[in-house]
Design a protein around this ligand. Structure first.
Ligand code: TUI
Length: 315
C-alpha cells in the first residue's frame, strides 16, 4: 500500500489526481475517480457559472468522496468560476494556465484547499507564500498548455524550494512513472491522458481511438509564438496551425482565431482531423480501456512492485 501525506490531507485513499482536462473531465469521470479512491477533478475551463454549478451538483450526487474543480485562469469565465466554486462549497481546487493569486485570499477565507499547477520553481514559491496547500509540478511531457521544463527536471527542483506537498504531473502513464515521481520527491501524481480511455470517460469515441492508436512521436507543440504552447496529437489541425505560426504574414490575431473551438471540436464532436486532440507524450503507452478503479489499482500495484524491485540494486 502506498500512502502519503496528501492522502491524509485530502482524505483520499490513493495519492492520485485525475487532471482537469477541458471538455473531458466532467462529473461522470471525476466521480468515478473519486469513488475509486483518487481525487477526481472537474474541468472548470469550458464552463460558465451555470454549467459548472450543474456539473458540481451532479458530481455530488454521484459520489460522497472528496473531489476538486480545476480553474483554468485563461478562461473567459475565470471570474464567475472562481465565485461559483465558493458558492457550491467545493473543498479542493487546482488551477492552471496562470497565477491564481488574485483569487486566493477569498478562496482561503472560504476554507478551500488550493493546489495550483506550476511550471517553475519561482511560481511554486509564490504559491506557497500565497497559502497554497500543495502544488502540482507539471512537466512539458503533459498534454495541453505546458511550461518549459520536463517532469524529470522540474519535480526535484520544486521539491527543493517548497515545504508544501508536491504532486508530479506530465509523462506518467503507468506504475513505473508513479515510482519515478516518488523517487523525485513527489508525494502524489496527476494523470490526464491515462484517464481519457477510462470506461467512465465520455469523450468522443474517435478521441479515445486516436489516443489508443498514438505512437511515441505523435505529439507536437503549437502556439509557442503566442506564448502558450499546447501539446496535442499531430493531425491536419496542427499541420495547418504550424504552417501559419511560422508564416510572418499571419497576424497573432489570425493565429488566435485558428485555435478557437478546436478542443470542443475534437472532444465533443469527435473531429480528430480538424480539432485539437490534446494528449501527453505517453499517449502511446495507453493501450487499454479500463474502469477508473482498474486504472488506479493497477498503477499502484505496479508502482509498489517497481519500488520494491529497485531495492535489489541497493547493496
Ligand atoms: O493548464 C494546463 N493545461 C491546459 S489548459 C488548456 S486550455 C488552453 N487552451 C488554449 C491555450 C491555452 C490553454 C489545455 N491544457 N496545465 C497547467 C499549467 N499551468 N501548465 C502551465 C501552467 C502555468 C503557466 C503559467 C501555470 C502558471 C503560470 O504562471 C504564469 C504567471 O502568470 O505567473
Amino acid at each position: 500500500m502506498i500512502k502519503t501525506i496528501i492522502c491524509e490531507g485530502l482524505e483520499i485513499e490513493y495519492p492520485i489526481f485525475q487532471g482537469g482536462m477541458a471538455w473531458i473531465a466532467n462529473a461522470e469521470l471525476a466521480a468515478a475517480v473519486s469513488n475509486a479512491g483518487g481525487l477526481g477533478i472537474i474541468a472548470g475551463m469550458n464552463s460558465n457559472a451555470e454549467q459548472l454549478k450543474a456539473e458540481i451538483r451532479k458530481t455530488k450526487e454521484m459520489t460522497s468522496k472528496p473531489f476538486g474543480v480545476n480553474v483554468m485562469l485563461m478562461s473567459p469565465f475565470a471570474d464567475e468560476v472562481a465565485r461559483t466554486v465558493i458558492e457550491e462549497g467545493v473543498k479542493v481546487l487546482t488551477t492552471g494556465a496562470g497565477s491564481p493569486s488574485k483569487y486566493m485570499p477569498t478562496w482561503l477565507a472560504a476554507g478551500i484547499k488550493i493546489i495550483p499547477v506550476v511550471p517553475s520553481t519561482a511560481i511554486a514559491r509564490k504559491m506557497e507564500r500565497d497559502g497554497a496547500f500543495a502544488v502540482v509540478a507539471e512537466g512539458g511531457e503533459s498534454g495541453g498548455h505546458v511550461g518549459e521544463l520536463t517532469t524529470m527536471a522540474l519535480v526535484p527542483q520544486v521539491c527543493d524550494v517548497v515545504n508544501i506537498p508536491v504532486i508530479a504531473a506530465g509523462g506518467i502513464a503507468d506504475g513505473r512513472g508513479v515510482a519515478a515521481a516518488f523517487s523525485l520527491g513527489a508525494v502524489g501524481v496527476q494523470l490526464g491522458t491515462r484517464f481519457i480511455t477510462a470506461k467512465e470517460c465520455n469523450v468522443h469515441r474517435n478521441y479515445k481511438d486516436r489516443v489508443l492508436n498514438a505512437r511515441d512521436i505523435d505529439t507536437v507543440l503549437t502556439g509557442k509564438r503566442l506564448g502558450h504552447p499546447v501539446r496535442s496529437l499531430k493531425n491536419r489541425f496542427t499541420r495547418n496551425y504550424l504552417e501559419k505560426e511560422y508564416d510572418s504574414s499571419i497576424s497573432n490575431e489570425e493565429l488566435e482565431k485558428l485555435g478557437l473551438g478546436v478542443l470542443r471540436r475534437a472532444a465533443i464532436e469527435g473531429d480528430i482531423v480538424e480539432g485539437c486532440v490534446i494528449a501527453g507524450q505517453i499517449a502511446s503507452m495507453v493501450k487499454k480501456e479500463q474502469t477508473c478503479r482498474e486504472i488506479i489499482v493497477e498503477l499502484f500495484e505496479e508502482a509498489e512492485k517497481v519500488m520494491r524491485g529497485n531495492l535489489q540494486w541497493v547493496k
